[in-house]
Ligand binder design. Structure first.
Ligand code: PRP
Ligand code: MN
Ligand code: MG
Length: 180
């Protein structure tokens, strides 16, 4: 385990197993629809790629980069687009892929945006859900694991841009918070 973590919540094997299960459900639900799978940078990099590899149906992939945290530890509530889709959303069955839903600000914003572009459908898959963090009314259609009210890092999820490369998910030890 990385020395800056307090504990591992999900090992790489547990994640792989759950991703496979989710991919089976998604493959069933989107059979014949050629969904547009939209990975939300940067947190969902690992999950998006691993999920795509487990799908047994045709799908397209695109990415959007949005941010509301920057280097801070709490959501600013204001979501900014850093990179937009390069695919036309109109008429598409879109599956937004996220690493975690916390306040819900990011996903509420994205769902409204893509619905407004007249996608045929917009659904959300999030590997993690932290229900205790929710500030707006939104939920994912597919969730991998529920997580407690703790500082989560790894498997794409960062603190101040660090720890994304860890192949497992764990709780950050706040003794290692960067002090200004
Ligand atoms: C994190 C995370 C989710 C979002 C969840 O992204 O990856 O996208 O915050 O929080 P919310 O439900 O409170 O909106 P962040 O904005 O830190 O950008 P990143 O993915 O590039 O790290
Ligand atoms: Mn993110
Ligand atoms: Mg972040």
């Amino acid at each position: 385990m990385h020395p800056h973590l307090k504990e591992v919540l999900f090992t790489r094997e547990q994640i792989a197993e759950r991703v496979k299960e989710l991919a089976e459900v998604v493959s069933r639900d989107y059979e014949g629809k050629n969904p547009l799978v939209v990975g939300i940078l940067k947190g969902s990099i690992m999950f998006t790629v691993d999920l795509l590899k487990e799908l047994s149906i045709d799908a397209e992939v695109d990415f959007m980069d949005v941010t509301s945290y920057g280097y801070g530890i709490s959501s600013s509530g204001e979501v900014r687009i850093l990179k937009d889709l390069s695919t036309v959303a109109h008429g598409r069955d879109i599956l937004i892929v996220e690493d975690i839903i916390d306040t819900g600000n990011t996903l509420l914003y994205l769902k409204k945006l893509l619905t407004g572009r007249q996608a045929k459908s917009v659904k959300i898959i999030s590997l993690l859900d932290k229900p205790s963090g929710r500030k707006v009314d939104i939920d994912a259609d597919y969730v991998g694991f529920e997580v407690p009210d703790a500082f989560i890092v790894g498997y794409g999820i960062d603190y101040a841009e660090r720890y994304r490369q860890l192949p497992y998910i764990g709780v950050f030890n706040e003794e290692f918070l960067i002090k200004e």
